[in-house]
Design a protein around this ligand. Structure first.
Ligand SMILES: Cc1ncc(C[n+]2csc(CCOP(=O)(O)OP(=O)(O)O)c2C)c(N)n1
Length: 629
């Protein structure tokens, strides 16, 4: 480890360094991050860009008491390195190692376990109000990227920033990038501002801010007026924030650590929320990442050969994502009604080729999952065939839009839900373990999960031919090999119909698998066969509607095992249990609302439809008793 970094075990150690030493330390930290991530994998480019910013923040504030709120949180490596977790980087994102995102279980310096975009400003507002109410004046800083600040949640929070009557600093870390280039009108405006600024302009702005910062007796508004008078910008980035009555400072150079320290020092004394806009370079200091930051946003381990980079692990094989992207492009070739929509995850969802081939039928709406879904609803209403490609964890953001604008209207939107199931090293914020649960509740919604490459193609064709909303879920994984006989899986998809992949008249147990976990079910069947036990294996294909034949299985077998890559609560197994409970020898009858959109009526009449009425409960109980004999 390099010389200065060796001495840093806490932010207090940092505060002993001179500015010159901090600059050297920034270089050492970049090397450390690069060396670590090349071994473990992780988020590289954003972290290389945020080194000086993080050091300056820790130099000025005391985040043991002050609160630093990260947005997404993937750019927190420098923060972790200097808050006592340097040695833990050998096990970054590995079992028992540190998380790649902020995590309060690891350190007092981390406030929230985050991983989704747009949360920092709203939670900062809450904490600022909390500080006021508890009579404390710890400083609050929200650090948010230029792609995340345009997320709806961030905007709604900015709209409410007036609730805060004390210090709250928002640091806008603008690197012109999401994972790909930032999308949308604000991004275009920010990029115009950026292009109009020279390095000297940024220095001048910094000098002006420091010169005109409010001193006792002068208001922020006066200071901003003075700053504006001294900087004449063709495209002022402040416009958007000023219209929301938020004091705006910047843009300034986010790699000039000396200026950043002075700016944070000055801004920390404001008794009002404010925004500091800083420019950083994603991938700074590592040429391959600087040149193609999207490739190094999140990476697996790699080897560095000069300016060349090679994956360290053999990543051979096709993923579900690859198969999906390629097949959608093939289908779009034949059907020009197909439109692909994603929210800032073009490469991640396998749409790079589609975008290249059909630029005018591809929409990346930025980090705006809600908007992606409602645009799709509008497209479907216009007779087009929208395919919404979002990771399972981020689709949670659009729960309401899927229900109101898609399911309730019964519109044929196809949801291609990538990263469904456990996702490995990104950890709890990124697992896709709730999609079956929240989508299964929605009337009209068809839920399907292909088990392998062939099925993914068949499921996509089926979904595009349906006249209702269909969700396809598949994992972050390679498609399975041809190790087992899967000939039954070659049958075209038919709504609510499972396939029997393996059956024998002697089987006492049936394993019902939903999605790619079919492979594990087939392996289990093979192992049991070696022990002389026959089991049947059923590929459920659908979680809504569940095949009636699956529901009646308990009458044919000694036992049924369901398998899914989803949380047990509300998942596929729950769907089978719910449906099968009425056929049990001692039935469990659940009274509640049916899976339909209930029309307007009196509340009593609506409750009646679900059987929530004393008479209906009595009837049910009596029927139960009489059939029990
Ligand atoms: C709600 C949500 N959607 C998508 C993502 C996936 N994602 C992770 S980082 C990222 C880009 C963030 O860009 P920005 O905020 O500008 O930060 P930068 O990486 O440029 O520092 C995206 C889209 C996410 N974390 N949360």
């Amino acid at each position: 480890m390099s010389k200065l970094l060796e001495q840093i075990d806490s932010p207090d150690d940092l505060k002993k360094l001179s500015v010159h030493q901090l600059k050297l330390l920034a270089g050492e930290i970049r090397q450390f991050i690069l060396a670590s991530v090349s071994k473990t994998g992780g988020h590289l480019a954003s972290n290389l860009g945020a080194v000086e910013l993080t050091l300056a923040l820790h130099y000025v504030f005391d985040f043991k008491a002050d609160k630093l709120l990260w947005d997404v949180g993937h750019q927190c490596y420098t923060h972790k390195i200097i808050t006592g977790r340097k040695a833990d980087f050998a096990r970054l994102r590995k079992r028992d190692g540190i998380s790649g995102f902020p995590n309060p279980d690891e350190s007092i310096h981390d406030q929230f376990a985050v991983g989704h975009a747009g949360t920092s400003i709203a939670t900062a507002i809450g904490m600022a109000i909390g500080q006021l109410r508890s009579g404390r004046d710890d400083k609050i800083v929200a650090l948010v990227g230029d792609a995340s600040i345009v997320n709806g949640l961030s905007f709604e929070a900015l709209n409410n920033l007036g609730l805060v009557k004390r210090q709250l600093l928002i640091v806008l870390n603008d690197n012109s990038m999401a994972i790909d280039a930032t999308q949308g009108a604000v991004a275009k405006y920010f990029s115009k501002v950026r292009l109009s600024q020279t390095y000297e302009d940024l220095r001048k702005t910094t000098r002006n801010i420091l010169e005109h910062m409010p001193i006792i007796g002068k208001s922020v508004d006066e200071a901003i007026e003075r700053i504006k008078k001294s900087i004449r910008m063709v495209f002022p980035a402040s416009q958007m924030f000023e219209s929301l009555n938020i004091p705006y400072f910047g843009p300034v150079d986010g790699h000039d650590i000396e200026s950043l320290i002075q700016l944070f020092e000055a801004l920390s004394h404001l008794n009002h929320p404010a925004i500091l806009h800083v420019y950083t370079t994603k991938g700074k200091g590592f040429r391959p990442a600087d040149l193609v930051p999207s490739k190094f946003h999140s990476t697996g381990p790699f080897q560095i050969n000069g300016d060349e980079v090679e994956p360290a692990t053999d990543a051979s094989g096709r993923s579900f994502t690859d198969v999906f992207g390629q097949h959608l492009t093939e289908l779009a070739e034949k059907d020009n009604r197909i439109i692909a929509i994603t929210s800032a995850m073009c490469d991640g969802t396998g749409l790079a080729e589609f975008r290249k081939r059909f630029a005018d039928r591809f929409y990346d709406v930025g980090i705006a999952e809600t908007v992606a879904v409602d645009i799709a609803a509008g497209l479907a209403k216009s007779g087009l065939k929208p395919v919404v490609c979002i990771y399972s964890t981020f689709l949670q953001r659009s729960f309401d839009q899927i229900c109101q604008e898609v399911a309730m209207q019964n519109l044929p939107v196809v949801f291609c839900i990538d990263r469904a199931g456990v996702v490995g090293s990104d950890g709890p914020t990124h697992h896709g373990l709730m999609d079956i649960g929240f989508l299964r509740m929605m009337p009209n919604m068809v839920l399907t999960a292909p088990a392998d490459e062939g099925e993914l193609k068949l499921a996509l064709e089926f979904a595009l031919a349906e006249d209702k909303p269909v969700c396809l879920r598949y994992p972050r994984d390679l498609v399975p090999s041809n190790e087992f006989d899967r000939s039954a899986c070659a049958e075209p998809f038919e709504l609510g119909r499972a396939v029997f992949v393996r059956s024998s008249p002697d089987s006492a147990i049936a394993i019902v698998a939903y999605g790619s976990v079919l492979t594990e079910a087939l392996k289990a069947a093979q192992l049991l066969e070696q022990d002389g036990i026959d089991v049947d294996v059923i590929n459920a294909r659908f979680a809504a509607p569940v095949d009636e034949r699956i529901i009646s299985l308990p009458s044919r077998y000694k036992g049924i095992i369901t398998v899914e890559d989803h949380r047990l609560a509300c998942g596929f197994g729950s769907a089978v249990l719910e449906a099968a409970a009425v056929t049990l020898p001692r039935p469990i009858i659940a009274l509640g609302m049916p899976r339909t959109f209930l029309k307007h009526d009196s509340r009593n009449a609506q409750l009646m439809q679900g059987g929530i009425n004393a008479d209906r409960i009595v009837q049910t109980a009596k029927k139960m008793l009489s059939s029990a004999g």
